[in-house]
Design a protein around this ligand. Structure first.
Ligand SMILES: *Cc1c(COP(=O)(O)O)cnc(C)c1O
Length: 422
């Protein structure tokens, strides 16, 4: 597509954008009386206008009904998590029995690893991508220790080739085959938080299974961002947070996926709690854990309703926009940002390098850009002009034009400001 580096062109793209009205459904922070150019939806998504109403409703029900709210609230608390299942399943490409909203991301990662990282005999290794998010790395290390293993013996990090930032699928697949019967589990961030690379989930899952290992994904940067089909791809387990692309508020309730082929497997080890117990008999308060035969069987505790109310408000907007339309816009919006960055590079002579893959299938909306010679003050100078992006060592800014609420005009405004600053 031939692109133009003009505001008129960007405004025309916004006019043709069927999703442009969703922008007005969100609160934007302000800088000097004007909405900021917000490109950090990959870190904390914006608040939908109607979130306050949903949360207020839960508070009102509590005030009005007390304990009766468990069954008589406008959305009964007892089963509140169930209202979120269908929408969440659409976001991650799962059957509704395979998805549950519960806890927080790292908690869910641990719960799932307890079931799906089962080192035995020679098969003890866990493979993950280069420089995973630290929380995931801590989880892998502590899971190894939980099994009495030395993390340095069993944690295997998949490094890129010399001089490259991202991983090649053929290298990942080859590494999995090479580890073979020493491999217990493969667990990747589906979209790498630093580089923005979207991994080939079907290829990695198939390779892991061929090696006799389980395969799971941390969808923190993928849920609500990239197309996912966890069920069809045969992924064993996955978890995600709701506060990044899913706009459900700081520390919001998270999600988990367990493929249906595992739901009736009573030999799977798991950490149990009363909310994972058979709903028919849960309130008999008896001993003898009888897990629900769906992803809900991994639940521990009753639903955090206030946080789930915010999640429901956010998911309603995903149902209205639809992942397919969001993805279609996302591909165009990110390609436009890429084009604008090359214009900035040409105009300033600063040798910007986009480390996120150039192919749409290998990325979501985030672009990570090396700005040679820059430091953290670049982000401060951008902030002083009302632009919010984030910074990671060494010299990398990450920015995500989010299809739900960012516009093409945001992107051109960003390009002009960055040119001036550089
Ligand atoms: C954001 C993020 C986390 C954060 O974990 P919480 O448990 O939600 O605090 C963990 N892993 C990845 C890959 C992330 O991107």
């Amino acid at each position: 597509m031939l692109q133009e580096y003009t505001r008129e062109y960007a405004m025309r793209l916004d006019q043709d954008d069927a999703l442009s009205s969703f922008r007005s459904a969100y609160h934007f922070p302000h800088h000097e009386g004007r909405p900021v150019l917000y490109f950090t939806g990959n870190s904390l998504g914006l608040q939908p206008l109607h979130t306050a109403k949903y949360v207020q409703q839960a508070l009102d029900d509590w005030a009005r009904l007390g304990v009766e709210g468990h069954f008589r609230a406008s959305h009964p608390w007892y089963s509140y998590h169930e209202i979120l299942t269908e929408s969440s399943a659409r976001v991650v490409g799962a059957r509704s029995s395979e998805v549950v909203v519960m806890n927080q991301l790292t908690v869910n990662l641990h719960l799932l690893l307890v079931s799906f990282y089962r080192p035995q005999g020679k098969r003890r290794k866990i493979l993950f991508e280069h420089k995973p998010f630290p929380s995931d790395h801590y989880a892998f290390e502590s899971q190894a220790r939980l099994h009495g293993l030395d993390p340095s013996d069993v944690l295997v990090e998949m490094k890129p080739r010399q001089g490259e930032w991202t991983l090649r699928t053929e290298d990942v697949v080859a590494r999995i085959a090479e580890l073979g019967d020493e491999l217990a589990c493969v667990c990747f961030g589906a979209v790498q938080y630093f580089t923005g690379q979207f991994f080939d989930i079907p290829a990695i899952t198939a390779a892991a299974h061929a090696a006799g290992a389980t395969c799971g994904f941390d969808l923190a940067h993928a849920a609500g961002n990239t197309p996912l089909s966890l069920h069809d791809d045969g992924v064993d387990f996955a978890c995600w947070c709701s506060y990044k692309y899913l706009n459900s508020g700081p520390g919001g309730v998270a999600g988990a996926f367990v493929h249906e082929r595992h739901h009736r497997d009573r030999t799977l080890v798991r950490l149990a709690g009363w909310w994972g117990h058979n709903k028919e008999t849960r309130f008999r308060m008896e001993q003898g854990f009888d897990p629900i035969t769906s992803a809900e069987g991994w639940q521990l505790s009753n639903a955090p309703v206030l946080s789930m109310a915010a999640h429901r408000a956010a998911l309603d907007l995903f149902d209205r926009a639809g992942m397919e339309r969001l993805r279609a816009k996302s591909v165009r919006l990110t390609a436009y940002l890429e084009f604008v960055l090359y214009e900035v590079k040409a105009a300033t002579g600063v040798d910007l390098q986009i480390i996120t893959p150039a192919e749409a299938e290998a990325r979501g909306c985030q672009l990570s850009v090396v700005v040679p010679g820059s430091d953290r003050t670049l982000v401060t100078r951008l902030a002083a002009e009302g632009v919010v992006v984030d910074w990671r060592e060494p010299h990398v800014i990450r920015m995500a034009p989010v299809p739900m609420y960012n516009s093409f005009e945001d992107v051109i405004s960003f390009g002009q400001i960055l040119t001036r600053i550089l």
